[in-house]
Design a protein around this ligand. Structure first.
Ligand code: UDP
Length: 327
Protein backbone atom coordinates (compact mmCIF):
# COMPACT_ATOMS: atom_id res chain seq x y z
CA UNK A 1 0.00 0.00 0.00
CA UNK A 2 1.37 3.44 -0.91
CA UNK A 3 1.48 6.28 1.59
CA UNK A 4 0.77 9.90 0.77
CA UNK A 5 1.32 13.03 2.85
CA UNK A 6 -1.06 15.90 2.10
CA UNK A 7 -0.24 19.27 3.68
CA UNK A 8 -3.11 21.69 4.17
CA UNK A 9 -5.30 18.61 4.67
CA UNK A 10 -8.01 20.38 6.65
CA UNK A 11 -8.40 23.10 4.04
CA UNK A 12 -10.74 23.31 1.08
CA UNK A 13 -8.57 21.62 -1.57
CA UNK A 14 -6.48 19.56 0.84
CA UNK A 15 -9.52 17.84 2.31
CA UNK A 16 -10.91 16.97 -1.12
CA UNK A 17 -7.51 15.54 -2.07
CA UNK A 18 -7.48 13.46 1.13
CA UNK A 19 -10.87 12.06 0.09
CA UNK A 20 -9.67 11.22 -3.40
CA UNK A 21 -6.43 9.51 -2.37
CA UNK A 22 -8.22 7.65 0.43
CA UNK A 23 -10.92 6.47 -1.97
CA UNK A 24 -8.20 5.25 -4.36
CA UNK A 25 -6.79 3.01 -1.61
CA UNK A 26 -3.83 5.07 -0.42
CA UNK A 27 -2.70 5.33 3.18
CA UNK A 28 -3.24 9.06 3.76
CA UNK A 29 -1.46 11.28 6.27
CA UNK A 30 -3.19 14.66 6.49
CA UNK A 31 -1.12 17.49 7.96
CA UNK A 32 -2.47 20.89 8.93
CA UNK A 33 -1.80 23.58 11.55
CA UNK A 34 -5.54 24.44 11.59
CA UNK A 35 -5.01 28.17 11.16
CA UNK A 36 -7.22 28.53 8.12
CA UNK A 37 -8.18 24.84 7.90
CA UNK A 38 -11.04 23.27 9.83
CA UNK A 39 -11.27 19.72 11.25
CA UNK A 40 -14.91 19.68 10.14
CA UNK A 41 -13.58 19.14 6.62
CA UNK A 42 -11.93 15.89 7.74
CA UNK A 43 -14.34 14.58 10.36
CA UNK A 44 -15.67 11.85 8.05
CA UNK A 45 -12.11 10.48 7.64
CA UNK A 46 -11.10 10.56 11.29
CA UNK A 47 -11.11 7.06 12.79
CA UNK A 48 -11.09 5.38 9.38
CA UNK A 49 -8.42 2.89 8.35
CA UNK A 50 -5.64 4.36 6.25
CA UNK A 51 -6.12 7.91 7.54
CA UNK A 52 -3.93 9.71 10.08
CA UNK A 53 -4.10 13.37 11.04
CA UNK A 54 -1.00 15.33 12.11
CA UNK A 55 -1.45 18.79 13.62
CA UNK A 56 1.74 20.51 12.61
CA UNK A 57 3.01 23.68 10.93
CA UNK A 58 4.84 22.59 7.78
CA UNK A 59 7.01 25.70 7.99
CA UNK A 60 8.81 23.80 10.79
CA UNK A 61 10.76 20.59 10.23
CA UNK A 62 8.43 17.74 9.25
CA UNK A 63 9.07 14.22 10.46
CA UNK A 64 7.23 11.21 9.05
CA UNK A 65 8.36 7.77 10.13
CA UNK A 66 8.28 4.78 7.79
CA UNK A 67 7.76 4.73 4.07
CA UNK A 68 6.35 7.62 2.12
CA UNK A 69 5.70 7.51 -1.61
CA UNK A 70 3.87 10.73 -2.40
CA UNK A 71 3.65 14.29 -1.06
CA UNK A 72 1.14 16.96 -2.06
CA UNK A 73 2.04 20.36 -0.65
CA UNK A 74 -1.25 22.25 -0.41
CA UNK A 75 -0.77 24.17 2.84
CA UNK A 76 -1.13 27.93 2.44
CA UNK A 77 -3.53 30.72 3.17
CA UNK A 78 -5.23 31.07 -0.19
CA UNK A 79 -7.46 34.12 -0.14
CA UNK A 80 -6.39 37.74 -0.41
CA UNK A 81 -7.78 38.73 3.00
CA UNK A 82 -6.05 35.79 4.68
CA UNK A 83 -2.65 36.51 3.30
CA UNK A 84 -3.02 40.18 4.06
CA UNK A 85 -3.69 39.28 7.69
CA UNK A 86 -0.89 36.70 7.98
CA UNK A 87 1.64 37.84 5.36
CA UNK A 88 4.78 36.47 6.99
CA UNK A 89 3.26 33.05 7.60
CA UNK A 90 2.12 33.04 3.96
CA UNK A 91 5.69 33.67 2.82
CA UNK A 92 7.01 31.04 5.20
CA UNK A 93 4.69 28.22 4.15
CA UNK A 94 5.53 28.80 0.49
CA UNK A 95 9.29 28.93 1.11
CA UNK A 96 10.28 27.10 4.33
CA UNK A 97 7.25 24.82 3.98
CA UNK A 98 8.10 23.71 0.48
CA UNK A 99 11.75 23.26 1.43
CA UNK A 100 10.79 20.96 4.31
CA UNK A 101 8.50 18.94 2.03
CA UNK A 102 11.14 18.67 -0.70
CA UNK A 103 13.74 17.54 1.83
CA UNK A 104 11.29 14.94 3.12
CA UNK A 105 10.49 13.80 -0.43
CA UNK A 106 14.19 13.43 -1.15
CA UNK A 107 14.85 11.46 2.03
CA UNK A 108 11.95 9.11 1.28
CA UNK A 109 12.28 8.94 -2.49
CA UNK A 110 8.73 10.29 -2.76
CA UNK A 111 7.10 12.03 -5.70
CA UNK A 112 5.90 15.52 -4.91
CA UNK A 113 3.22 17.81 -6.36
CA UNK A 114 3.09 21.43 -5.30
CA UNK A 115 0.05 23.67 -5.40
CA UNK A 116 1.02 26.68 -7.46
CA UNK A 117 -1.40 29.28 -8.70
CA UNK A 118 -2.60 31.53 -11.47
CA UNK A 119 -1.25 34.31 -9.21
CA UNK A 120 2.23 33.57 -10.60
CA UNK A 121 0.90 35.44 -13.67
CA UNK A 122 -0.04 38.44 -11.49
CA UNK A 123 -2.11 41.05 -13.32
CA UNK A 124 -1.54 39.39 -16.70
CA UNK A 125 -0.71 41.16 -19.93
CA UNK A 126 -1.28 37.94 -21.88
CA UNK A 127 -4.79 36.57 -22.20
CA UNK A 128 -5.66 33.76 -21.73
CA UNK A 129 -2.66 32.75 -19.61
CA UNK A 130 -0.52 29.90 -20.95
CA UNK A 131 2.27 28.27 -18.98
CA UNK A 132 5.08 29.93 -20.95
CA UNK A 133 3.99 33.40 -19.82
CA UNK A 134 6.35 34.72 -17.12
CA UNK A 135 3.81 36.93 -15.40
CA UNK A 136 3.39 40.48 -14.16
CA UNK A 137 3.69 40.51 -10.38
CA UNK A 138 4.29 43.48 -8.08
CA UNK A 139 6.79 41.97 -5.64
CA UNK A 140 6.15 44.60 -2.95
CA UNK A 141 2.37 44.92 -3.37
CA UNK A 142 -0.03 43.45 -0.82
CA UNK A 143 -0.55 40.28 -2.88
CA UNK A 144 3.21 39.87 -3.37
CA UNK A 145 3.54 37.76 -0.22
CA UNK A 146 1.42 35.05 -1.80
CA UNK A 147 2.48 35.46 -5.42
CA UNK A 148 6.21 35.54 -4.71
CA UNK A 149 6.03 32.67 -2.23
CA UNK A 150 4.36 30.58 -4.91
CA UNK A 151 6.88 31.67 -7.53
CA UNK A 152 9.75 30.81 -5.19
CA UNK A 153 8.05 27.50 -4.49
CA UNK A 154 8.09 26.66 -8.20
CA UNK A 155 11.79 27.61 -8.49
CA UNK A 156 12.73 25.56 -5.44
CA UNK A 157 10.79 22.59 -6.75
CA UNK A 158 12.50 22.78 -10.15
CA UNK A 159 15.90 23.04 -8.42
CA UNK A 160 15.21 19.81 -6.50
CA UNK A 161 14.04 18.23 -9.70
CA UNK A 162 17.10 19.27 -11.70
CA UNK A 163 19.77 18.99 -9.02
CA UNK A 164 18.53 15.97 -7.03
CA UNK A 165 16.51 14.26 -9.76
CA UNK A 166 13.40 14.41 -7.57
CA UNK A 167 10.08 13.49 -9.21
CA UNK A 168 8.14 16.75 -9.05
CA UNK A 169 4.90 18.11 -10.47
CA UNK A 170 3.63 21.70 -10.48
CA UNK A 171 -0.05 22.50 -10.79
CA UNK A 172 -1.06 26.12 -11.40
CA UNK A 173 -4.52 26.34 -9.92
CA UNK A 174 -7.00 28.93 -11.15
CA UNK A 175 -10.02 30.12 -9.14
CA UNK A 176 -11.74 27.05 -7.73
CA UNK A 177 -14.97 26.74 -5.80
CA UNK A 178 -17.12 24.13 -4.13
CA UNK A 179 -18.22 22.66 -0.81
CA UNK A 180 -15.90 23.29 2.19
CA UNK A 181 -14.76 26.73 1.15
CA UNK A 182 -14.61 28.81 4.29
CA UNK A 183 -17.61 31.11 4.29
CA UNK A 184 -15.61 34.00 5.72
CA UNK A 185 -12.40 33.53 3.76
CA UNK A 186 -13.13 36.65 1.72
CA UNK A 187 -13.09 35.04 -1.69
CA UNK A 188 -15.77 36.16 -4.01
CA UNK A 189 -17.98 33.07 -4.08
CA UNK A 190 -18.27 32.46 -0.33
CA UNK A 191 -18.52 36.24 0.16
CA UNK A 192 -21.51 36.56 -2.19
CA UNK A 193 -23.28 33.39 -1.02
CA UNK A 194 -22.70 34.31 2.64
CA UNK A 195 -24.10 37.78 2.02
CA UNK A 196 -27.15 36.37 0.25
CA UNK A 197 -27.80 33.88 3.06
CA UNK A 198 -27.43 36.54 5.77
CA UNK A 199 -29.65 39.00 3.90
CA UNK A 200 -26.86 41.49 3.15
CA UNK A 201 -26.10 43.30 -0.09
CA UNK A 202 -23.48 41.73 -2.37
CA UNK A 203 -20.21 43.67 -2.35
CA UNK A 204 -18.71 43.99 -5.84
CA UNK A 205 -15.20 45.44 -5.74
CA UNK A 206 -14.42 48.11 -8.33
CA UNK A 207 -16.91 48.36 -11.19
CA UNK A 208 -17.12 44.56 -11.45
CA UNK A 209 -15.68 44.48 -14.97
CA UNK A 210 -12.70 42.37 -13.86
CA UNK A 211 -12.98 38.75 -14.93
CA UNK A 212 -12.30 35.37 -13.35
CA UNK A 213 -12.85 31.80 -14.56
CA UNK A 214 -14.24 29.44 -11.94
CA UNK A 215 -13.52 25.72 -11.78
CA UNK A 216 -15.57 23.25 -9.76
CA UNK A 217 -13.50 21.42 -7.15
CA UNK A 218 -14.16 17.88 -8.43
CA UNK A 219 -12.75 18.84 -11.84
CA UNK A 220 -9.70 20.36 -10.21
CA UNK A 221 -9.04 17.29 -8.07
CA UNK A 222 -9.29 15.07 -11.14
CA UNK A 223 -6.73 17.27 -12.94
CA UNK A 224 -4.33 17.20 -9.97
CA UNK A 225 -4.66 13.44 -9.61
CA UNK A 226 -3.89 12.91 -13.29
CA UNK A 227 -0.95 15.31 -13.19
CA UNK A 228 0.58 13.70 -10.10
CA UNK A 229 0.66 10.31 -11.85
CA UNK A 230 1.73 11.70 -15.23
CA UNK A 231 5.30 12.25 -16.43
CA UNK A 232 4.86 16.00 -16.89
CA UNK A 233 7.42 18.01 -14.89
CA UNK A 234 6.58 21.40 -16.41
CA UNK A 235 3.89 23.52 -14.73
CA UNK A 236 0.35 22.71 -15.85
CA UNK A 237 -2.61 25.10 -15.61
CA UNK A 238 -5.72 23.48 -14.18
CA UNK A 239 -8.85 25.61 -14.33
CA UNK A 240 -12.07 26.15 -16.18
CA UNK A 241 -11.72 28.56 -19.14
CA UNK A 242 -15.35 29.72 -18.83
CA UNK A 243 -14.67 33.39 -18.07
CA UNK A 244 -17.15 35.81 -16.46
CA UNK A 245 -17.10 39.35 -15.09
CA UNK A 246 -17.53 39.71 -11.34
CA UNK A 247 -20.63 41.85 -11.93
CA UNK A 248 -22.23 39.04 -13.97
CA UNK A 249 -21.15 36.57 -11.35
CA UNK A 250 -22.97 38.59 -8.67
CA UNK A 251 -26.11 38.47 -10.81
CA UNK A 252 -25.77 34.69 -11.10
CA UNK A 253 -25.53 34.36 -7.31
CA UNK A 254 -28.58 36.60 -6.87
CA UNK A 255 -30.54 34.38 -9.28
CA UNK A 256 -29.23 31.18 -7.67
CA UNK A 257 -30.11 32.17 -4.12
CA UNK A 258 -33.28 34.10 -4.93
CA UNK A 259 -32.15 36.88 -2.59
CA UNK A 260 -33.86 40.29 -2.65
CA UNK A 261 -30.56 41.96 -1.92
CA UNK A 262 -28.82 44.16 -4.45
CA UNK A 263 -25.25 44.77 -5.56
CA UNK A 264 -23.23 47.51 -3.84
CA UNK A 265 -19.88 48.71 -5.10
CA UNK A 266 -16.74 48.89 -2.95
CA UNK A 267 -13.20 50.02 -3.57
CA UNK A 268 -11.10 47.67 -5.73
CA UNK A 269 -8.22 46.12 -3.74
CA UNK A 270 -4.70 47.10 -4.84
CA UNK A 271 -3.22 45.00 -7.67
CA UNK A 272 -6.48 43.12 -8.19
CA UNK A 273 -5.95 41.32 -11.54
CA UNK A 274 -8.19 42.75 -14.30
CA UNK A 275 -8.66 39.49 -16.13
CA UNK A 276 -7.91 35.84 -15.67
CA UNK A 277 -8.58 32.82 -17.84
CA UNK A 278 -6.55 29.63 -18.05
CA UNK A 279 -5.20 28.34 -21.33
CA UNK A 280 -5.61 24.60 -20.73
CA UNK A 281 -4.10 23.31 -23.99
CA UNK A 282 -1.25 21.63 -22.07
CA UNK A 283 -3.60 19.88 -19.63
CA UNK A 284 -5.72 18.68 -22.54
CA UNK A 285 -2.70 17.40 -24.42
CA UNK A 286 -0.64 15.76 -21.67
CA UNK A 287 -3.37 14.73 -19.21
CA UNK A 288 -6.35 14.32 -21.52
CA UNK A 289 -8.09 16.52 -18.95
CA UNK A 290 -10.75 19.19 -19.26
CA UNK A 291 -13.46 20.39 -16.90
CA UNK A 292 -16.80 18.58 -16.95
CA UNK A 293 -18.97 20.45 -14.44
CA UNK A 294 -20.42 23.68 -15.78
CA UNK A 295 -20.92 26.70 -13.55
CA UNK A 296 -24.71 26.29 -13.22
CA UNK A 297 -24.30 22.74 -11.89
CA UNK A 298 -21.24 23.55 -9.76
CA UNK A 299 -22.99 26.53 -8.19
CA UNK A 300 -26.08 24.43 -7.37
CA UNK A 301 -23.93 21.87 -5.55
CA UNK A 302 -21.97 24.56 -3.74
CA UNK A 303 -25.07 26.44 -2.67
CA UNK A 304 -26.58 23.21 -1.30
CA UNK A 305 -23.48 22.88 0.91
CA UNK A 306 -23.62 26.45 2.22
CA UNK A 307 -27.35 26.18 2.88
CA UNK A 308 -26.68 23.17 5.11
CA UNK A 309 -24.52 25.23 7.49
CA UNK A 310 -25.92 26.10 10.92
CA UNK A 311 -26.76 29.75 11.72
CA UNK A 312 -23.77 29.73 14.07
CA UNK A 313 -21.44 28.63 11.27
CA UNK A 314 -22.98 31.18 8.96
CA UNK A 315 -22.30 34.06 11.34
CA UNK A 316 -18.94 32.92 12.66
CA UNK A 317 -16.29 35.49 11.85
CA UNK A 318 -12.91 33.80 12.14
CA UNK A 319 -11.43 30.75 13.79
CA UNK A 320 -10.04 31.50 17.23
CA UNK A 321 -6.76 29.90 16.13
CA UNK A 322 -6.52 32.33 13.24
CA UNK A 323 -7.04 35.32 15.56
CA UNK A 324 -4.34 34.04 17.88
CA UNK A 325 -1.95 33.35 15.03
CA UNK A 326 -2.20 36.89 13.69
CA UNK A 327 -0.69 38.37 16.86
N1 UDP B 1 -14.50 40.40 -5.13
C1 UDP B 1 -15.64 41.16 -5.06
N2 UDP B 1 -16.37 41.16 -3.90
C2 UDP B 1 -16.03 40.42 -2.81
C3 UDP B 1 -14.86 39.63 -2.89
C4 UDP B 1 -14.12 39.64 -4.06
O1 UDP B 1 -16.00 41.85 -6.02
O2 UDP B 1 -16.74 40.48 -1.78
C5 UDP B 1 -13.71 40.42 -6.38
C6 UDP B 1 -12.20 40.65 -6.20
O3 UDP B 1 -11.89 42.03 -6.16
C7 UDP B 1 -11.65 39.97 -7.43
C8 UDP B 1 -12.62 38.83 -7.68
O4 UDP B 1 -13.81 39.14 -6.97
O5 UDP B 1 -11.66 40.84 -8.54
C9 UDP B 1 -12.11 37.47 -7.20
O6 UDP B 1 -11.65 37.65 -5.90
P1 UDP B 1 -11.16 36.47 -4.98
O7 UDP B 1 -10.78 37.07 -3.68
O8 UDP B 1 -12.18 35.39 -4.97
O9 UDP B 1 -9.88 35.84 -5.68
P2 UDP B 1 -8.71 36.39 -6.63
O10 UDP B 1 -9.03 35.80 -7.94
O11 UDP B 1 -8.71 37.89 -6.68
O12 UDP B 1 -7.48 35.85 -6.00
Amino acid sequence: MERVLITGAAGFLGSHLCDRFHAEGFDVIGLDNLITGDMKNLEHLIGQDRFTFMKHDVSNYVHVSGELHHILHFASPASPIDYLKIPIQTLKVGSLGVHNCLGLARAKGARMTIASTSEVYGDPEVHPQHEEYFGNVNTIGPRGVYDEAKRFQESMTMAYHRYHGLETRIVRIFNTYGPRMRLNDGRVLPAFIGQALRGEDLTVFGDGSQTRSFCYVDDLVEGIFRLHFSNETRPVNIGNPDEITIREFADEIIALTGTDQKVVYRELPENDPKQRQPDIARAREVLGWEPRVDRAEGLRRTYAYFKSLTPEELNKSEHKAFEAYKR
